[in-house]
Design a protein around this ligand. Structure first.
Ligand SMILES: NC(=O)c1ccc[n+]([C@@H]2O[C@H](COP(=O)([O-])OP(=O)(O)OC[C@H]3O[C@@H](n4cnc5c(N)ncnc54)[C@H](O)[C@@H]3O)[C@@H](O)[C@H]2O)c1
Length: 413
């Protein structure tokens, strides 16, 4: 079978990661086009792969269909345009989550791929991680009986919140999207996947508690490089990024702060760029803590918490069944049986850690492998995050945010 040809739209952090999977598996996929207005990003990738370069996804569209499939990894607000246009040209599509910042655009994307009849997957990478397989195999085996309740935590982490959602690209609802969609569309989607039922009703509370101008300590400067109280601040950009640079940890998040891994380049980025700003002096508005209470079809209930105020780490979940309970943390899975009183570990073959930088415990790689194999063989069953289920979980997220903003219980239509 000849390798699947891929166009990459958006050669940023995620797009480059998916392209690198193809470069590492030349027998399965090859990158033939890269579209990105940033020459700094597009050209190195094109240099490695020999791909054609386009300065905008619109120019890729103008070229007609020049690849079997496209990976769309532009920012959230720039998914619907290329997805609808490229579906119209017959491309198979892998698109980053969230699908789009509005429910209408999410529907437009799904309608376009359904019209085109092409293979479509959303980068809900957690569905593809080996630990998810372990969780699902326990639940499907009936070992904990019928699922009655679920408790799920997304411990975003104090520094990750500061990096992405206070200083970074996802800090403002109007420029990207609301926090629950940006960060936790994964979580509601994953809960729906492992419980095996759609979310029917939701309520939600939360807000922006801490990263506000009124919490700025006396004497704090607008940038950490100039700040007298920086050593006492948990959110110091100097500590966050220089410690990584000196330890040789050049991957995300450092890779999005500076293109060169030198003291001079990082100092310049923190002096002039968005990641050197005081966390109490940014134009952020997304929440730093939120809870969602939910009811699944059939009556099982769930609670979800996302919070900035943790040391981070893996998502933690407990699933309570009529005959036992299952606990998992993105690495290990444990089951307790009410009948025997016994507790046992379920083997998980994770590759990498469960963070985005670690490839979501193998989820990123397995998603790419599944998508490419589905395109090569036409076997849609390889896709775990297809159009209908992805749209359903996005709609649960939109409903939860509506519930938070309107102080109501909202039914997911
Ligand atoms: N699946 C996950 O776990 C996960 C994790 C992080 C981010 N994401 C999502 O992935 C997407 C990309 O995130 P990222 O961190 O790689 O962002 P990024 O900013 O690093 O990359 C986006 C790229 O798109 C390019 N771009 C902008 N306009 C363009 C245009 N008109 N045509 C072509 N390219 C254009 C930018 O120049 C940039 O290189 C976002 O939707 C984000 O929410 C998903």
């Amino acid at each position: 079978m000849s390798p699947v040809s891929l166009a990459i739209v958006g050669a940023g952090d995620r797009g480059t990661g998916y392209a690198r999977w193809a470069l590492a598996h030349p027998d399965r996929a090859r990158v033939v086009a890269v579209a990105d207005p940033s020459a700094d990003r597009a050209l190195p990738l094109a240099g490695e792969s020999g791909a054609r370069v386009f300065s905008d996804w619109r120019h890729l569209v103008d070229a007609g269909r020049i690849a079997d499939a496209v990976v769309i990894a532009t920012q959230d607000g720039e998914h619907a345009g290329p997805a609808v246009a490229l579906a119209g040209l017959g491309y198979h599509i892998l698109v980053e989550k969230p699908l789009a910042p509005t429910e209408a655009e999410c529907r437009d994307i799904v309608a376009a791929v359904e019209r085109a009849g092409t293979i479509f997957a959303v980068c809900h990478v957690l569905r593809y991680a080996p630990y998810t397989d372990a969780v699902r195999s326990v639940l499907e085996s009936g070992r904990i009986g019928e699922i009655v309740s679920v408790q799920h935590l997304e411990p975003v982490g104090f520094w990750h919140q500061a990096h992405s959602y206070v200083r970074g690209n996802w800090r403002r609802t109007d420029r990207s999207t609301f926090m629950l969609l940006a960060k936790s569309s994964h979580d509601l989607d994953w809960l729906q996947y492992v419980v095996g039922r759609r979310i029917r009703r939701v309520s939600s509370f939360g807000g922006l508690k801490h990263f506000r101008p009124e919490n700025r300590p006396a004497g704090a400067a607008a940038r950490c490089l100039d700040c007298a109280v920086e050593p006492d601040c948990p959110y110091s950009a100097k500590r966050l990024y220089f410690d990584r640079l000196r330890a040789g940890r050049h991957e995300w998040p450092l890779s999005v702060v500076t293109p060169a891994f030198t003291e001079e380049a990082l100092t310049s980025a923190l002096r002039h760029g968005q990641y050197g700003r005081c966390v109490y002096d940014c134009d952020n508005d997304v929440v730093d803590h939120q809870v969602v209470a939910m009811e699944f079809d059939g009556g099982a209930t769930g609670t979800f918490t996302m919070t900035a105020f943790t040391t981070g780490g893996h998502r933690r979940t407990t699933i309570f069944g009529t005959h036992g309970e299952l606990a998992c943390d993105g690495v290990s899975v444990r089951v307790q049986d009410f009948r025997t009183g016994g507790s046992s570990a379920v083997p998980v073959t994770a590759t990498g850690d469960a963070t985005a930088g670690g490839g979501h415990a193998g989820g990123d790689e397995r998603l790419m492998a599944a998508f490419v194999a589905a395109v090569a063989t036409g076997d849609r069953d390889l896709i775990r995050s297809g159009p209908a289920e992805s749209l359903a979980s996005h709609r649960a997220v939109f409903a939860a945010e509506r519930a938070r903003l309107t102080d109501r219980v909202v039914t997911v239509e």
